[in-house]
Ligand binder design. Structure first.
Ligand code: URA
Length: 305
């Protein structure tokens, strides 16, 4: 409904409705002080390129001497001015050295608390610029069962704990159904420690930067079994053949993750957010959770297939 200019609160209502709509479509993270009109930017860049093309001298005629282009054409071409809007720390392009820094920091942690503090203080991942919190992990660190998801979402970013939204509630119910819980005998973490804006997929570089930290976190927890929640954590940590496969192929298949010479047993299953959207898959996830329980209760021996 158009806002009524004679009623100041109707403008506020319209603004609130617009914000709600943005949040519902996933646009819930301000990146700069003012919006950037990318359509206008590309239209300007196109117009500038056309002007440059028009000013270029015609190609020399056959047999004619080569005319020198006007001196101005030697000047470097500037792209159209962009408004400078960011006021806080600006994003850096991560490099291989950022991954090496992450690796060195992760290796230097000898306890989980040290690792948590190092990740909190680590500024090499751009995702930290837009996240409200670092989401490290939750649960009993002495657990034999460790579950690993992909990245925090909106609720996790606000609370600073993994899997606290709707999919986390489903995960808690699934764990409870096999006699496990994060308060007692399970530990939960993600490959990525900061929420990607708008819940986009983390980039390969972001995964590469966070990877040494989650690998160290696994070493420090030292679980008997890792359950990967969805294909992304399995791909990010297993690499190799797993990278090419979808979760339907990966789930329920025993895998091994080697870290610093130690082999960890791992079992990929469906992500609870996928199960919320596709409840028919809960039956297979249930089978995976029962397999995990049997494995843990048989002292870490594989149950028959
Ligand atoms: N999805 C994830 O992969 N991790 C969370 O913490 C929440 C949702």
């Amino acid at each position: 409904m158009p806002s009524d200019p004679t009623n100041p609160s109707s403008g506020l209502d319209a603004a609130a409705a617009l914000l709600e709509w943005y949040a519902a479509t996933g646009v819930d993270t301000p990146l700069a002080e003012a919006p950037v009109d990318r359509f206008e930017e590309s239209a300007k860049a196109k117009a500038a390129a056309e002007t440059r093309a028009e000013r270029r001298p015609p190609p020399p005629q056959a047999g004619a001497g080569r005319p020198l282009p006007p001196a101005t054409d030697f000047a470097p071409q500037r792209s159209p001015a962009r408004p400078v809007v960011a006021t806080g720390p600006t994003a850096q392009l991560p490099t291989e050295s950022t991954v090496m820094q992450a690796r060195a920091a992760a290796q230097s942690a000898t306890t989980l608390d040290e690792l948590r503090a190092l990740i909190h203080g680590f500024d090499g991942c751009n995702l930290k610029l837009t996240a409200k919190n670092t989401v490290f992990g939750d649960g009993n660190p002495a657990s034999k069962l460790m579950l690993i998801g992909e990245a925090p979402g909106r609720d996790e970013d606000i609370e600073g704990r993994p899997f606290v939204g709707r999919s986390g509630q489903l995960l808690d119910r699934m764990l409870n159904a096999i006699g496990y819980s994060r308060n007692h005998n399970a530990y939960i973490a993600n490959v990525i420690y900061w929420r990607p804006p708008g819940n986009r997929d983390p980039s390969d570089v972001e995964v590469a930067i966070c990877r040494p930290f989650i690998l160290r976190q696994i070493e420090l927890i030292d679980p008997a079994l890792i359950v990967f929640l969805g294909a992304q954590p399995a791909k990010a940590l297993l690499g190799g053949e797993a990278v090419k496969q979808g979760i339907n192929k990966l789930r329920g298949r025993w895998c091994e993750l080697e870290i610093g010479g130690k082999r960890f047993k791992a079992l990929p299953t469906f992500h609870p957010a996928y199960l919320l959207r596709t409840p028919i898959k809960k039956r297979e996830a249930w089978r995976d959770f029962l397999t995990a329980k049997l494995f843990l209760e048989n002292g870490g021996t594989l149950p028959p297939a």
